[in-house]
Design a binder for this molecule. Structure first.
Ligand code: KG4
Ligand code: ZN
Length: 344
């Protein structure tokens, strides 16, 4: 081990909240030495969604190998690690417990600090990894399979949650509509691809604005409207152009996400918009948000696709910032499936 490495803080980060077993080694929070993601998508595809029990078992099978691969890719051993960061919620409780138990075991055996990380905060921090110059304040739209949050990040660890979904998360609605269209799980990336071949104005699906001034979201009306459209067309024996349904549905989702985010940035007088979470990989969302940001003189950034979806590097990044201000956890840290992301 070189002296250079010795001076640095090396974080081993573990993420097992849903269907990816991921372990990363981060140097000083923002430099990725390794970021291994073992996806379980194939195991869940035949059920059309994540089966919690299958997810826990797969994490258990994978975790030790993924830890070893992350260390070996970073060219390091356990002895060099300064601290362990782990997702402790929100997520599937059985899945979270696998990562948490591994993290506690390493922390205890090596006598190094342990930091519990909120998965949603992790998604925001994925942006700090690739954009070295990025600093708060900014408005962040977090759109994933389980969450849809509009957040004003004022400083590191300081947040004002301005809006949330009142029903389905954006990614969840992509996956449900994907299933109704007969696409593979997860539906988000498939709908994104199909939309490029479809006409986004072919069908007018509704958008829910909710009461005036609200930054909350609601996607259940849109979801029902797409499902009703598909049933109606089938009953009438009409041919459905799934590319057009995909494109029109996607357009409704992204228009509402973009409109509320831009309005919020203007109201808060914040010049920078940041995207995060699996749905931030969506080409339509990136494009429309980019166009609207240029129109309003706002700057837009988002992570590369690999860092939009679940990964441990983003968890290590939050963990590092907590560690340097001594916001550590102890070995009683427990998994919290419904851990909230609130004003802090
Ligand atoms: O952040 P993530 O990996 O997991 C959660 O924390 O939930 O997000 C997964 C979600 C899935 O719902 C998936 O369909 C969606 O992100 N997703 C996309 C795209 N890529 C992933 N949705 C729309 N367009 C995409 N390109
Ligand atoms: Zn996630």
């Amino acid at each position: 081990m070189s002296n250079e490495i010795n001076k640095n803080i090396l974080t081993l980060a573990i993420e097992t909240s849903c269907d990816e077993t991921s372990v990363a080694v981060m140097k000083n929070g923002r430099e990725v030495l390794s970021n291994i993601v073992a996806s379980q998508i194939e195991q869940h595809q035949k059920y059309g969604g994540v089966v919690p029990e299958v997810a826990s078992r797969k994490h258990l099978e994978n975790i030790n190998q993924v830890i070893e691969r992350a260390l070996s890719e970073a060219n390091l051993s356990f002895e060099s690690i300064s601290h362990v960061a782990v997702t402790y919620g929100p997520g599937l409780v059985g899945a979270l417990l696998v990562g948490l138990s591994a993290a506690k075991a390493i922390s205890f055996a090596r006598q190094i600090p342990l930091t519990g990380v909120n998965h949603i905060e992790g998604h925001i921090y994925a942006n700090f990894i690739e954009h070295k110059e990025l600093e708060p304040p900014f408005i962040c739209l977090i759109v994933s399979g389980g969450h849809t949050h509009l957040v004003y990040m004022k400083n590191y660890g300081e947040y004002e949650v301005l809006g949330k979904t009142r029903d389905d998360a954006a990614g969840e609605v992509f996956d449900k509509i994907g299933r109704a269209l007969g696409l593979n799980y997860p539906g988000g990336p498939e709908i994104d691809k199909l939309s490029k071949k479809g006409n986004k104005e072919a069908i007018r699906f509704p958008k829910a604005y909710l009461e005036s001034g609200s930054y909350d979201f609601s996607f259940s009306g849109l979801k029902s409207s797409v499902l009703n459209y598909l049933n109606r067309e089938k009953m009438k024996g009409r041919k459905i152009r799934i590319e057009d349904v995909a494109a029109s549905f996607q357009q409704s989702v992204i228009e509402i996400l973009v409109e509320k985010t831009i309005t919020c940035a203007i109201e808060k007088k914040v010049k920078l918009i940041v995207l995060a979470g699996g749905v931030a990989a969506n080409s339509g969302l990136r494009e429309l948000m980019g166009e609207e940001c240029s129109k309003h003189g706002l700057e837009l950034i988002y992570p590369s696709r690999k860092l939009c979806t679940d990964n441990a590097a983003m968890i290590g990044c939050v963990g590092y910032y907590n560690y340097i201000v001594n916001k550590n956890s102890n070995l009683f840290l427990n998994a919290k499936s419904n851990l909230k992301f609130e004003n802090m």
